[in-house]
Design a protein around this ligand. Structure first.
Ligand code: ATP
Length: 367
């Protein structure tokens, strides 16, 4: 089922009726395609949870409409929306067995939907198989690892065969190894069930690896919506460019003169079509080509070995961060004892932005 959000806004009133209040989500319009996994990505406080709560019906939008397929569900109560929810803290009932936790939502079904014990068992068995916890059904939540508890929470969210699955930072309480494993599991389960899923995270790597589409947000505003690779390769603005990618994009104070990009004293790249004046230049770490005759000169700090690649860590007075990080093939390692390193740049990995607004200034083919 596709989900359509139209002009969705949430304004929380001021505490005690005084002041401005908080606009947690501002005028969001986008469509979540049927059967896809979409990540809501942004820093803390940007409105991700508020967005999720409006989709499931726990918060009422101040303005805008929400459609599930062709149905306008904006005024419909959460129980009737057919949504499964998974939270960061699992929210399992500690005194109940895993089995009883899973079938709990089925006990509330009424009328024609009411299920017999056998039907519930069949359903629980199916979802427990899907999340691979069949052998744990008799245990209590405290007898499970964090990863297993999160699987139980996912099974419970899926047991009513929801039309939509919503996950709010489901991996935050897991250690690094389990996070990786569980995110792959979530991807598999989502693919197997085909259920449209919205996944909230502030971790860009998690969002990039798990989702079909990413919504990048900040201060309640939508900054970009697209496939992960597209958003990485073609960021709409400086915020998006900085938020995605590890190591992060290198940001320089720069200038454009006659279609040439100048960093410090070095004329580093042709940027046809960009107006003259001060700009911010972003260079992805993989956008540097080590070349002793290259135009961008930096002071060599150190070389870090990363296996197949190396990272040349250098300094440049125009760089916003203390060091410039470039990723180079290990065959192209600079010789020992150098004080200065020079680079050519890959045009597709260099982005130019308006210094005041952070808007992208496109050049060449990308214009
Ligand atoms: P986090 O990643 O830290 O959970 P988030 O991106 O999910 O953050 P929200 O919880 O949606 O952000 O909050 C967005 C903004 O709305 C914040 O400024 C927050 O303080 C504010 N906010 C959230 N809930 C309420 C509320 N019930 N009353 C007033 N302000 C609220």
């Amino acid at each position: 089922m596709k989900v359509v959000l139209q002009g969705l806004t949430k304004k929380f009133p001021p505490r005690g009726g005084k002041g401005e209040g908080v606009v947690a989500v501002k005028d969001f319009t986008f469509e979540i395609p049927d059967g896809k996994l979409v990540a809501l990505l942004g820093p803390s406080g940007c409105g991700k949870s508020t967005m999720l709560n409006m989709i499931c019906g726990l918060e009422k939008p101040t303005e805008g409409r929400i459609f599930f397929g062709d149905d306008d569900v904006t005024e419909i109560s959460p129980e009737l929306r057919g949504v499964g929810m998974v939270f960061q803290n699992y929210a399992l009932y500690p005194h109940m067995s895993v089995y009883n936790n899973i079938i709990f939502p089925l006990g509330n079904l009424k009328g024609e939907e009411k299920m017999t014990k056998e039907q519930m068992k069949e359903r629980a068995d199916k979802v427990a198989g899907l999340v691979q916890i069949r052998e744990l059904l008799e245990r209590k939540p405290k007898e499970l690892s964090g990863g297993q508890q999160q699987r139980v929470a996912i099974a419970r969210a899926l047991v009513k065969t929801p039309r939509l699955l919503l996950m709010d930072e489901p991996l935050s309480n897991l250690d690094a190894r389990l996070r990786l494993q569980t995110r792959e599991e979530i991807r598999r389960i989502q693919r197997e069930t085909g259920v449209t899923t919205v996944f909230v995270t502030h971790d860009q790597e998690e969002a990039m690896s798990i989702s079909d589409m990413i919504v990048v947000m900040k201060d309640g505003e939508l900054h970009q919506f697209g496939k992960p690779q597209e958003v990485y390769d073609d960021p709409a603005n400086l915020f998006v460019a900085k938020f995605l990618g590890t190591p992060a994009i290198n940001v320089f104070d720069a200038e454009v003169k006659g279609g040439k990009l100048i960093i410090g004293e070095d004329t580093v790249l042709d940027v046809p079509g960009v107006r003259d004046g001060k700009v911010v230049a972003g260079i992805r770490p993989e956008g540097f080509i080590y070349d002793p005759a290259g135009p961008l000169r930096c002071e060599l700090d150190r070389v870090e070995v990363m296996g197949r690649d190396i990272s040349i860590v250098s300094k440049n007075a125009a760089c916003e961060a203390p060091v410039v990080r470039s990723i180079i093939d290990s065959d192209e390692r600079p010789e020992d004892g150098l004080k200065t390193v020079s680079f050519r740049l890959r045009p597709g990995k260099v982005h130019v932005f308006e210094p005041e607004t952070g808007e992208r200034l496109r050049f060449g083919k990308g214009k």
